[in-house]
Design a binder for this molecule. Structure first.
Ligand SMILES: C[C@H](O)[C@@H](O)CC(=O)C(=O)O
Ligand SMILES: [Mg+2]
Length: 433
């Protein structure tokens, strides 16, 4: 038996805005940040659970305060009991009395839930001695369904149907796991296409990306159609007609504006248009999807919970589901959305533009392929080349693919000296500026 004794909460920020890394039309100067949690216990093994949610700078302290509000719900909890009942644990956070009112299951409090839940899953995987993707892949369909909260989605997927669907994917699991270990998980890069980069930098980074084996490339758009056409011409010219090209507008357009704008980009053979409008506008996305076909709509990094995901799937509003490991309420809710996406036949291409998101989503996509879908059609996981050096178990890329992590845990742990140096505002990195 061991009990959770403490949540260490750290407001961690990296000054990425200085070089315009991560910049887009809606967020011109993001400082990639993590509301970071360490779960401490009184266990003899002294293992710690590390987890976080992602923000882009100001406001990270608000998420840290929300995590503090959740702390009394986890202190004293027996970890054996928690790990055996992850579904109950998830609901105890996401539906806590009084606190639920400031969501429900969305916004700051849901980001805080994600940080705590992710840290607890990291600890669980470490205790089991497995990387998270393997821990999830080894669970039986019944165990997987037990970690999910089906409230509000049973009109499209019941727990019984989910169990049945997972059973049909059991054959071939071992082969798919080996396939991933041998060949890696398909990915795409956004690193060349941030909006604040000048043309010379875009050209240099695109050439490097091609040399490194990338054949799917995403760039940011939305600052004016003429400027976008110029940048898209440069990139299409560099990557040739066969590599896939995607664009991301980060929500800057109204619905009709999005349709008109994207039609003006028709010469570039775009594979997807991402976040064309408000993440809450399900019917708006459906309307855009209809009007810009065969270009497909992608969204997800700000889809706040499984209910909105359900509606996006029901209304045929998207062609790609970009689940976010830290926007949804952590691993449990992500698994629920993966099950929904499988039912609706929508490929999942997780969002990873942020600090540590690549480290997390590789686990979710490996699990999704091995145990949930058995299908890699149109699946590419985002990769951005920033801040990996701060992680104990950073992602390993080979020839444009993620190499499956082997170490126990969720790959979320950041070096202690980084936590001290980049803590806001007292860390040395911020105290000097
Ligand atoms: C502010 C972030 O960098 C955002 O632009 C990331 C994003 O939209 C993506 O990776 O996609
Ligand atoms: Mg995006």
């Amino acid at each position: 038996m061991s009990n959770i004794t403490k949540l260490e909460i750290i407001d961690l920020r990296f000054p990425t805005s200085r070089e315009k890394d991560g910049s887009d039309a809606m967020n011109p100067d993001p400082d990639y940040s993590a509301a970071y949690v360490v779960v401490h216990t009184d266990a003899a093994d002294s293992l710690e659970g590390h987890g976080f949610t992602f923000t882009i700078g100001k406001g990270n302290e608000v998420v840290c305060a929300a995590i503090k509000a959740l702390e009394p719900l986890v202190i004293g909890k027996d970890t054996v009991e928690v790990f055996a009942n992850m579904g109950t644990f998830w609901r105890s956070l996401s539906n806590a009395n009084q606190i639920r009112w400031i969501g429900p299951e969305k916004g700051v409090i849901h980001l805080a839930t994600a940080a705590v839940v992710n840290a607890v899953w990291d600890l669980y995987a470490k205790v089991e001695g497995k990387p998270l993707w393997k821990l999830l892949s080894d669970m039986s369909p019944e165990e997987l369904v037990s970690i999910c909260d089906f409230r509000y989605v049973t009109d499209v997927l019941t727990p019984d149907e989910a169990i049945e669907r997972l059973h049909t994917k059991k054959a071939g699991k071992a082969a798919r796991e080996q396939e991933m270990i041998d060949g890696g998980l398909p990915a795409y890069t956004t690193s060349a296409g941030w909006l604040g980069y000048d043309d010379d930098k875009i050209i240099r980074l695109t050439r490097e990306a091609i040399a490194d084996g990338w054949d799917h490339i995403k760039i940011k758009v939305g600052n004016g159609v003429d400027d976008d056409i110029r940048r898209l011409r440069i990139i299409r010219n560099e990557i040739g007609p066969d590599r896939k090209l995607m664009v991301d507008a980060n929500q800057v357009w109204d619905v009709d504006e999005a349709i008109e704008y994207v039609q003006k980009l028709s010469e570039f053979d775009l594979w997807w248009v991402e976040e064309p409008t408000s993440p809450d506008d399900v019917l708006g996305h459906a309307s855009i999807a209809k009007q810009i076909a065969p270009i497909r709509v992608a969204t997800g990094e700000q889809i706040q919970n499984r209910v909105v995901w359900k509606q996006l799937f029901q209304s045929e509003a998207i062609g790609f589901a970009q689940i976010d490991s830290c926007r949804l309420g952590g691993v449990n809710e992500v698994v629920t959305v993966l099950l929904l996406a499988e039912k609706f036949g929508i490929p999942v291409c997780p969002h990873a533009g942020g600090v540590g998101l690549c480290e997390l989503v590789q686990h979710l996509s490996l699990f999704n392929y091995v145990a949930v879908t058995g299908d890699l059609t149109d699946v590419v996981v985002e990769y951005v080349d920033h801040l990996h050096e701060h992680f104990l178990d950073p992602v390993v890329m080979h020839d444009g693919k993620y190499v499956p992590p082997k170490k126990p845990g969720y790959s979320a742990e950041i070096h202690r000296d980084t936590l001290e140096r980049f803590e806001f505002p007292q860390g040395a990195e911020w105290a000097q500026s």
